[in-house]
Write a protein that binds this ligand. Structure first.
Ligand code: FAD
Ligand code: NAP
Ligand code: SF4
Length: 685
């Protein structure tokens, strides 16, 4: 008996007139990179088929350009010919054979195109692309509209159930809407009626081309988050016109790519933008318009989605990354198995960061995402006794996958709880989601029958005596001890002392090392104890300057961050600005957050000595004297080294051992590599 009553709004069908969606979950469009090569189509079909099997109501593909001018980058996925439409059949057939529904996203990037053929309403280069766009002539605009229409007709021919017209995030259509990017004086510029003509014409003509029984989703930028973005009245006017033009659903777009407000990172509160869709829904309903609205961003658990729908914020919720993390999300919600969901922690590390580096997208917590045809495992015909040492991300992924395959797995950890370094990560303000990964693994350990031995630090002789068939060493890392005179003084702490042992830290702090951990420790120390703006929407909005678009165009005002709890200086030896090595799509958020808290970030230093007064540094070759950075506490975040003391004795004893995660290699280690390596090893043993 399924406990469907826990999420009645989420699991209710949605009648679109000519077709009915089985529930209120839309899988939002994500660029996985599978769109960009013919050879990836079988993988793309498997990717979507797995999510259709998982019960999603309606899925949207990654963006496909309607023509060359609309490419994201050279030779990006394009749907402009009958031949291309035939290739898409394998995707639509795979989805339909699992009982799912899928729409193709038509994405024209305009001035965001990373190629020399990009076009825009006006020749105004974007701050995030090196290419200045060509200003379109009136005939050129007609050609772009015709390309949208042709693409939609080809999508229908390919067997899609609909299309999503991408009108937000600062792409081509959005660029026509605001004077920031549209300075035309003809019938496509000037007044708002002129600027909004493009999306309305596109939707109208697409509807004429595809007929009445085909889903048209329009993704509408409801809050631009750029200073001279659309006003609220304009956004409402556009939504009404889009409904009249024949759209079936309006999806919510939040923020242009060039916006300086985080919109999907882990430090963004859950459901942080549902109020914008709710505001629009009220406007439309008051005008008697019934078009269903989809809301989006940071909706990663069924109870969050349920509350949003129950509060009347929207008619559907868009989940994108959460379905990379767990393709079974909807089925698990249906079956009352909420705690079994592998929750998206909004880290962007394996999805968006990959997309921006032209790598195939996958997921930090689910390395199978995007690799469904290649990373597969079966139950083993030969059951082995396997020891896994270390219950950090690497050991957790390995042990649960091994046990799922039928092996007898013993997981040892010296600590009293599972999680390894995630027990420090989860304490960082804005990284609360890391708790969810630990909850998921706790459930998965129990479900797969791993024999868990906590508070059990094992030695090589223990393991040899245990007569295991295989031994997996996932023992992680030790913090690197920098050789700075005075580093053994009482005013010096390691990040572990601060984050795990809660040792007292003074008012003025110098942090040695500005890698991921140095940045996290700085965020921890500038925040008042136990406090996190991520847990309070109003406070988070104030920190980042987000407001109602009815109050200020684009929904942005001056940020008013609260005062820092401590005066922090963050240092590195490398020349240049600290933070360059942080995530492609999240590094700027960490840097901006620390700047708002007046953290001084200094590169190119030599650490000379630590005294009770503070830390003495010099710059470059000038090593005399040294400048004192006055501080009460110095925190060492100087990188990590592998902890693999068990490896040699085990090998010498002839035991079959495998090193994974930090124990294998500490340089550039992160949880993405640890989980991927643990899973892949376990699939083969
Ligand atoms: P660990 O997590 O270090 O786990 C090793 C485990 O082995 C420990 O639990 C230890 O107790 C156990 N162990 C060791 N020796 C023995 C023994 N002899 N017997 C029994 N048990 C033993 N990564 C990201 O990808 N994204 C982030 O945002 C991120 N943020 C972070 C923030 C902080 C503050 C920190 C400290 C780390 C962060 N990381 C992040 C890094 C990430 O946590 C590590 O890369 C990951 O935990 C490494 O996994 P692991 O399994 O190899 O090792
Ligand atoms: P890291 O990113 O490699 O940074 C280590 C820092 O220590 C660097 O700033 C380095 O800069 C400095 N350093 C190295 N050797 C030193 C020495 N001998 N003396 C003084 N300083 C030294 O490693 P980390 O910060 O320890 O993080 C560990 C891993 O966790 C990282 O690989 C990271 O990917 C992951 N992590 C990720 C996130 C995330 O948000 N994605 C957050 C936290 C951690 P200089 O050499 O220039 O001084
Ligand atoms: Fe979510 Fe991170 Fe996975 Fe992306 S990589 S889907 S943000 S957990």
């Amino acid at each position: 008996m399924f406990a469907t009553t826990a999420y009645p709004h989420l699991l209710a069908p949605l009648d679109l007139g000519f077709t009915t969606l089985p529930n209120r979950v839309l899988m939002g469009s994500m660029h996985t990179g599978l769109e960009d090569g013919r050879k990836h189509f079988p993988a793309m079909a498997a990717f979507f088929a797995e999510r259709a099997r998982g019960g999603v109501g309606l899925m949207v593909t990654g963006g496909f350009a309607p023509n060359i001018a609309g490419w994201t980058k050279p030779f990006a996925g394009t749907l402009a010919t009958h031949g291309a439409a035939r290739r898409h059949k394998q995707v639509t057939d795979a989805v339909h054979s699992e009982g799912g529904k899928i729409a193709l996203q038509i994405l024209h990037t305009g001035r965001y195109g990373y190629h020399p053929f990009c076009v825009a309403p006006s020749r105004i280069q974007s701050p995030i692309s090196p290419f200045a766009p060509r200003e379109l002539s009136v005939r050129g605009i007609e050609r772009q509209i015709a390309a949208f229409v042709r693409c939609a007709a080809l999508a229908r021919e390919a067997g899609y159930d609909g299309v999503e017209v991408m009108g937000s995030e600062g792409y081509f259509i959005n660029q026509f809407l605001v004077t920031h990017t549209n300075q035309r004086t003809d019938e496509w510029g000037g007044s708002y009626e002129n600027r909004m003509r493009l999306p309305v014409e596109i939707v109208q003509r697409v509807r004429e081309a595809v007929g009445r029984d085909f889903i048209i989703i329009y993704r509408l930028s409801m809050i631009d988050l750029i200073p001279d973005g659309s006003s609220w009245d304009e956004v409402v006017q556009l939504a009404k016109a889009i409904e009249r033009a024949g759209a079936t659903l309006i999806n919510t777009g939040i923020g242009w790519h060039e916006a300086r407000v985080p919109t999907i990172a882990t430090s963004v509160p859950r459901g942080a933008f549902a109020w914008v869709t709710q505001k629009m829904r009220l406007e439309l309903r008051e005008s008697g318009l019934k078009i269903p609205l989809v809301t989006s961003n940071r909706i990663n658990m069924p109870e969050v989605a349920e509350q949003i729908l129950a509060d009347g914020c929207a008619d559907m919720v868009s989940l994108a990354r959460p379905l990379l993390a767990d393709p079974e999300f909807v089925n698990k919600a249906k079956q009352g198995r909420r705690d079994d969901i592998n929750t998206c922690i909004a880290c962007n590390q394996a999805c968006l960061d990959h997309a921006f580096k032209a790598q195939l997208a996958t997921c930090l917590v689910n390395p199978r995402a995007g690799h469904e045809t290649e990373l597969v495992w079966q139950r083993t015909p030969l059951i082995k006794r396997i020891a896994v040492v270390g219950a950090g991300p690497a050991g957790l992924a390995a042990s649960t996958t091994l046990a799922e395959r039928g092996h007898e797995v013993h997981l040892f950890d010296g600590a009293e709880r599972i999680g390894g370094q995630f027990n420090m990560a989860k304490r960082i303000p804005g990284k609360e989601e890391f708790h969810e990964t630990l909850r998921y693994f706790e459930r998965r350990l129990a479900a797969t029958g791993v024999k868990l031995h906590l508070s059990t630090r094992v030695s090589a002789s223990d393991l040899i005596a245990g007569r295991f068939d295989e031994i997996v060493l996932a023992t992680g890392v030790l913090p690197r001890q920098p050789r700075i005179p005075g580093a053994d003084g009482p005013n010096v702490l390691s990040y572990i002392d601060v984050l795990l042992h809660g040792k007292p830290v003074g008012e003025r702090v110098a942090i040695v090392g500005a890698g991921g951990i140095g940045f996290d420790v700085a965020e921890f120390l500038v925040t008042h104890d136990g406090h996190s703006p991520t847990m309070n929407l109003a406070e988070w909005q104030q920190e980042w300057g987000v407001t109602d678009p009815a109050v200020s165009r684009g929904g942005v005002v001056r940020a008013q961050p609260s005062a820092p709890a401590r005066r922090v200086t963050l240092l590195q030896r490398k020349a240049g600005r600290p933070g360059k090595g942080l995530g492609k799509t999240t590094g700027w958020i960490h840097r901006a957050a620390l700047q708002m808290k007046q953290v001084e970030m200094i590169g190119g230093v030599n650490y000379e000595r630590i005294t009770p007064q503070g830390l003495f540094v010099t710059y470059g070759d000038k090593r005399a004297d040294g400048q004192l950075i006055e501080c009460d506490t110095v925190v060492l975040c100087a990188g990590q080294e592998p902890l693999r003391e068990l490896h040699e004795p085990l090998r010498a004893a002839g035991a079959r051992t495998h090193l994974i995660g930090g124990a294998h290699e500490a340089g550039e280690l992160d949880a993405k590599r640890a989980i991927d390596q643990g899973t892949r090893l376990a699939a083969t043993l």
